[in-house]
Design a binder for this molecule. Structure first.
Ligand SMILES: [Mg+2]
Length: 548
């Protein structure tokens, strides 16, 4: 919580709701002083009147001596009244000065309150309220002078992980540094504003062509990406930006901000560290995605997701080498939906995080239940998406799920695609080592489809390599056999267990056995099955390899 000079909570997004105590006291003082001045003025004028009367007074003089005495008395009286008037005047001046000071202080306090209500406390940039007023003024100006104006929404990439890893104090300093840099590169007629969090908005007023705007946006991207020196560290960041134009993309503040935000969201979705100008199709895409997001969350809430299980078969003895948990959506209208229909949207909108957590929990819970029933499945394999793997809570979640379900870590294998692992090799290696330290097994999924750097691969603690089904499919055509053989040899040399995915024919299976591939999964062996069906199969292990 933040407190301002008046001791009440300041929220950068809202106007302070109550008048600060200090201002109230001063206002009371002003009233008292005004009353006092009124009284003093009245007293003053009374005294002046008295003096006037005393100087005009005529006294009868019976003899010389008494005339002298009366004159002395009159003079003394007049002197006394003069003194009183002098004192009253001095008091009047002092009170007037005090009043002036009080009025000045109230004026300053009111100005400060106005500033607080219109500025962000952390960066001192105009806040949302001020921004809306400014957009309105800029639109009016653009209308009158037939020019354009632009609203740019700016968001710092991965700001949450900076806050999480370096602390909020560093995060705040970083926001201040960004605010200063933004201020330093825009014209005095432009406006930089902070909406809260790591969201900034820049207004570019008065320009007529987009080509004059682009260098300004590039400049902003450049200055923000220069290292920020904070607390003895150099912090490198990037930013995603979206721009909407008046009058092309909207004629009021709300529409312009919403469309700039959508364009920024589009920039984030397309790899961050870039900017996009708003286009109507971006809005349509986002609206489709929002609907998908709503439906996915509703499905999660209504427990419409379900796990199917597919056996991985040991090619030496036909036993179960493991089981892969695969999500399905039992849709009330469309029936059982394969993940291709909803996982890409879930990845895009972020719903994959709660879905992934549910999958991991459900798979571990089921595995533990099989174990409790004495059913052997060896290991349970769970797919981890790119977004889950990048999520700062990923390791904590895995740990929590294992604690909640009681499954031994060595019974869990996480399948991560080669592309995800190779995206950020250093981070991936660190996460894999942390998983390995917990006793969890790691599998490289869809091997052969990414661009693995073999020297890095050697440093990663991996247990299993899954040959992508596209290679297995090509086994029937003789020339492509070479690739599968090479991948099996590579896996064996790196001491990995090698599993072939997507086995659909006996010919493919025989080839894999001949080439000493350890395990395989695919429709020819077993299709993914619902929980009860798979449990039934586990109870009859001899039937696990139908081709045997
Ligand atoms: Mg998989």
């Amino acid at each position: 919580m933040k407190f301002n000079n008046y001791g009440f909570i300041v929220n950068q997004m809202h106007k302070p709701k109550q008048v600060p105590k200090g201002v109230k006291v001063k206002a009371q003082l002003e009233i008292e002083l005004r009353k006092q001045i009124f009284y003093l003025r009245k007293e003053n004028s009374k005294l002046r009147k008295n003096i006037k009367i005393s100087t005009n007074e005529t006294v009868s003089l019976p003899d010389q001596n008494s005339a002298v005495n009366i004159n002395k008395i009159n003079l003394a009286r007049q002197e006394d009244r003069n003194q009183k008037l002098k004192k009253a005047n001095a008091q009047l001046i002092m009170t007037s000065v005090e009043l002036q000071v009080a009025v000045e202080e109230i004026k300053n306090a009111k100005a400060e309150m106005h500033h607080l209500a219109h500025h962000d406390f952390l960066t001192d940039l105009p806040n949302r309220m001020q921004l809306y007023e400014k957009i309105h003024l800029d639109i009016e100006w653009a209308k009158r002078h037939n020019t354009k104006m632009a609203v740019m929404f700016l968001d710092i990439d991965h700001f949450k992980s900076i806050n999480d890893s370096l602390g909020h104090a560093t995060g705040d300093k970083l926001l201040q540094s960004i605010a200063n840099r933004l201020r330093s590169v825009v014209r005095s007629t432009d406006t930089v504003s902070r909406l809260g969090g790591d969201e900034f908005v820049v207004l570019f007023s008065e320009f007529d062509q987009i080509k004059t705007l682009i260098p300004k946006i590039e400049k902003i991207r450049e200055v923000i990406s220069l290292p920020h020196h904070i607390g003895g560290m150099n912090i490198d960041i990037s930013t995603s930006m979206g721009i909407s134009l008046y009058p092309d993309d909207g004629e009021d503040s709300d529409t312009l901000i919403l469309n700039a935000d959508s364009a920024m969201y589009h920039a984030k979705e397309n790899g961050r560290n870039r900017f996009y100008f708003f286009k109507p199709e971006i809005r349509r895409k986002i609206s489709t995605l929002r609907t998908a997001e709503k439906n996915i969350y509703a499905a999660l809430h209504n427990k419409e997701f379900e796990l199917f299980y597919q056996a991985q078969i040991n090619l030496n003895d036909g036993g179960i080498a493991g089981v892969e948990a695969l999500i399905r959506w039992r849709h009330p209208v469309d029936g059982v939906l394969s993940p291709v229909y909803f996982i890409p949207a879930a990845e895009e909108c972020g719903a994959i995080i709660p879905i992934g957590r549910w999958v991991l929990h459900e798979a571990c819970r089921q595995a533990q239940a099989w174990k409790a029933d004495g059913l052997e499945f060896n290991i349970i394999a769970v797919n981890i998406s790119a977004r889950e793997f990048d999520d700062s809570d990923f390791l904590d979640n895995v740990c929590e799920v294992l604690n909640e379900t009681g499954l031994e870590p060595s019974r869990l294998e996480l399948e991560i695609t080669e592309t995800v692992l190779m995206k950020n090799i250093e981070t991936s290696t660190a996460i894999l080592h942390a998983l390995r330290a917990m006793g969890i097994k790691i599998s490289i999924d869809d091997f052969g489809t990414g661009y693995s750097s073999l020297s890095y691969l050697k440093r990663m603690p991996v247990d299993t390599m899954k040959i992508d089904q596209s290679f297995v499919k090509d086994i029937s055509t003789e020339n492509d056999d070479v690739l599968v053989k090479a991948i099996i040899a590579l896996g064996k040399n790196l001491n990995y267990k090698v599993i072939a995915e997507g086995v659909e024919t006996l010919e493919q299976l025989e080839f894999l056995r001949r080439n000493l591939c350890e395990a395989a999964q695919g429709f020819w062996l077993h299709s993914p099955m619902p929980r009860l069906e798979f449990t039934k199969m586990l109870k009859q292990p001899m039937l696990s390899w139908p081709g045997r």
